[in-house]
Ligand binder design. Structure first.
Ligand code: HEC
Ligand code: HEC
Ligand code: HEC
Ligand code: HEC
Length: 280
């Protein structure tokens, strides 16, 4: 750059940009009055409902992450101190917390003010009295969630919807029929797992033949051919809302979990869970 004035101008621009960035980084966060009220709420005995660890965790978050809490409160998706405590208590790394908080499906489904127990996600479903697979802690470790394929990826709708989309109900059979007849599950997972073009965008190394193999396996023949819902399907082996790759020691299909046919499937179903000769 020969022209000294141009150099100067460039220098000035860089300076200006630098200071804009610095301001953005230091932008103070102002909790809304409603969020402030959640933080200072007290129980019947005068005890703080948001514990000191949760407050410290929140204080340590960048302004952008804190802003999601203002938004959730403003959208009336978060109105109870226990909801705030629950999310902060997960102690998630910032990236995961942001993923979680920008997803209305998760925020609404963890809200005790609007959810019945059958659809309520929490980190301790047993004490909450909800089904064990609605475990928020497990969900935060799910491979799908990590890759941004959250609730909407499997169930339909979009993460910024503020109400339930019809598509969610249409994508699977109605309850209680879907709890009895399990033949829909393999197709539900195969929507992505048997679609090589879609799967390649995330993980080109991952085979997309599970559904094809499943249909030929003893399990698939029993379930899809003979309508026997005791036969194992994808969820009986891999779980749901906390799915990990088979190489994770925490996956129910990891060899350290014991022989699959003895472990993954409840006692009365063991007969059906023998590994067939062709893969599983
Ligand atoms: C504003 C709150 C709210 C939001 C946002 C929300 N849900 Fe729901 N959802 C509910 C409530 C309440 C129920 C239970 C009553 C019902 O089925 O309508 C429910 C039920 C469900 C069910 C069970 C449906 C069935 O067929 O029985 C699924 C699955 C579900 N939600 C997934 C999602 C997904 C995926 C998203 C985001 C795309 C989402 N929800 C967003 C409130 C919400
Ligand atoms: C990997 C796909 C997948 C993801 C991601 C996922 N779900 Fe599910 N969900 C399922 C499957 C499959 C079932 C049925 C499990 C069963 O019947 O054993 C289910 C069950 C449910 C149920 C219980 C309904 C019933 O009647 O049993 C609710 C509510 C629900 N999901 C909501 C959500 C929400 C909210 C999220 C995000 C926090 C989410 N799901 C993420 C696949 C998924
Ligand atoms: C929205 C599309 C989609 C749906 C529906 C879906 N998956 Fe996935 N799944 C993916 C993608 C993409 C990956 C790869 C993630 C990665 O490699 O980071 C993945 C990864 C996995 C893995 C880990 C594989 C590995 O080796 O790391 C398992 C196991 C799995 N899914 C099982 C299921 C089951 C069971 C269901 C049904 C309950 C299901 N998935 C539904 C898209 C989906
Ligand atoms: C009987 C238990 C069982 C059933 C049913 C089952 N899986 Fe698996 N799955 C396994 C085991 C064990 C592995 C690891 C060994 C392997 O890859 O063969 C695995 C591996 C996988 C992987 C990772 C493959 C890789 O190479 O990393 C995906 C993805 C997957 N399964 C999805 C599914 C889907 C989708 C279904 C339903 C169509 C399904 N599984 C049904 C037991 C099962």
């Amino acid at each position: 750059m020969r022209n000294p004035r141009a150099t100067l101008l460039l220098f000035a621009c860089v300076q200006a940009l630098g200071s804009v960035e610095a301001v953005a980084e230091k932008a103070p966060f102002t909790p809304s009055p409603e969020l402030r009220a959640l933080f200072s709420a007290r129980g019947d005995a005068g005890e703080a409902l948001i514990d000191a660890d949760a407050v410290e965790y929140f204080e340590g978050l960048p302004a952008q992450a804190k802003q999601f809490f203002n938004q959730a409160v403003e959208a009336e998706l978060m109105s109870e101190p226990s909801h705030l405590q629950e999310i902060l208590g997960l102690d998630l790394p910032v990236g995961k917390l942001e993923l979680l908080m920008r997803d209305n499906c998760v925020v609404c489904h963890t809200d005790p003010a609007t959810q019945d127990l059958e659809t309520f996600f929490s980190s301790d479903p047993e004490s909450a009295g909800s089904p064990p697979h609605l475990n928020l802690k497990e969900f935060a470790s799910d491979v799908h969630f990590r890759r941004g394929l959250s609730c909407a990826g499997c169930h339909g709708g979009a993460p910024d919807d503020d109400m339930m989309a019809d598509e969610i109900y249409e994508r699977w059979p109605e309850a209680p029929a879907r709890h009895e007849d399990r033949s829909w599950i393999a197709g539900f997972c195969a929507r992505c797992h048997a679609d090589p073009v879609f799967m390649r965008r995330f993980n080109p190394g991952l085979p997309t033949d599970q559904y094809a193999k499943y249909k030929e396996s003893r399990h698939g023949l029993l379930l899809l051919g003979e309508g026997d819902s005791k036969a194992a399907q994808c969820v009986s082996c891999h779980g749901v809302h906390g799915i990990r790759g088979p190489r994770s020691p925490l996956s129910p299909v990891h060899p350290s979990a014991g022989p699959l046919h003895l472990w993954a499937v409840p006692r009365r179903r063991r007969l059906y869970a023998r590994l067939p000769d062709s893969g599983w």
